[in-house]
Design a protein around this ligand. Structure first.
Ligand code: ATP
Length: 289
């Protein structure tokens, strides 16, 4: 039986394509402790969402697997809540009703009606959305809708919160506010969080550990970087902190020197964008080839 809270062992993921199997992930191993905040970072198409979907139980690894608290993950479950980049709220339900739907699913038998109501209000207050209970998703901003999505996920009391670029579609200020709220909430609740991000600063600011993935196909864990910065963390103070700067450089070096272009020497800084696009195009072509 696994001792880690969450453990991915020898994971291989092969997708069927018209040209035969496409090996997206190969021999990926990852152990995560309870309450850890882990970010997955890597170039576009390397397999981050595939990893998250395997943990969520939405995809089944072709080899190896995922064990959570000693039980193999074979299907989605309420103890693993997922927050996507676009909030995915029900447009015809109010803010309150959207969270209520999730709470009913999980706690209908375990909480009285009054307890459920208090719990819904508590979670919406956590993300500072208790002032808009009767609004529908179309009547609130993208950042507010994303807050409600996070409240809905937290209200399920998941032991693992899975976030696929949760702040990717938001403007910089809203993003900063939500990152701060997430840090506060996570400190209070001690959930395990796995978050996909493309933002190096976000990864360093929020994470206990950054998992850097190699380029696909057959992607795996390239580097595993523990972020030992004291909490609570303040973005303004950290900006000049030598340790923060070193962590940031380590991730940038992985992404733009070590993994920038598989099988080739790093090119000059000037054509970075071109290299990046070419790499992505190649991976895209391999995926459909
Ligand atoms: N259902 C599928 N069938 C075939 N190939 C797939 C399928 N799903 C994903 N892939 C391929 O697997 C690889 C990993 O995809 P994945 O979406 O996990 O990457 P990602 O790192 O999350 O990308 P991004 O950062 O762009 O969201 C890609 O090459 C993708 O084209």
């Amino acid at each position: 039986m696994s001792k880690a809270h969450l453990e991915l062992t020898g994971v291989q993921m092969a997708f069927d394509t018209p040209a035969g199997p496409f090996i997206a992930l190969d021999d990926l191993n990852l152990k995560i402790d309870k309450g850890e905040f882990v970010s997955l970072i890597g170039h576009s198409g390397c397999g981050k969402s595939t990893v998250l979907n395997i943990v969520a139980g939405l995809l089944k690894a072709t080899r190896g697997g995922c064990v959570l608290d000693g039980h193999e993950v074979n299907e989605p479950g309420p103890e693993r809540a997922v927050v996507f980049q676009n909030h995915s709220l029900m447009p015809w339900l109010t803010v309150y009703e959207n969270v209520e739907l999730a709470v009913q699913q999980v706690f209908r038998k375990r909480m009285s009606k009054r307890e459920r109501k208090e719990w819904i209000l508590h979670n919406l207050a956590l993300v500072h959305m208790d002032h808009a209970l009767d609004k529908r998703p179309g009547e609130i901003s993208g950042g507010m809708a994303q807050r409600v999505g996070i409240a809905r996920a937290l209200a399920m009391k998941p032991s693992v919160l899975l976030m696929d670029e949760p702040f990717g579609a938001l403007d910089a200020l809203t993003r900063a506010h939500l990152q701060d709220s997430l840090m506060e909430i996570q400190q209070e609740l001690n959930n395990t969080v796995i978050m996909i991000t493309h933002d190096v600063d976000e990864a360093v600011l929020l994470s206990d550990r950054i998992i850097m993935m190699t380029n696909g196909p057959a992607a795996t864990v390239g580097e595993d970087l523990a972020i030992e910065l004291p909490r609570p963390r303040d973005r303004v103070t950290l900006a000049d902190d030598p340790a923060y700067v070193r962590y940031r450089q380590a991730v940038l070096s992985f992404l733009y020197e070590k993994q920038r272009f598989p099988g080739k020497e790093p090119a000059s800084e000037k054509d970075d964008g071109q290299q990046q696009r070419t790499g992505e195009t190649r991976r895209g072509l391999r995926a459909i080839a």
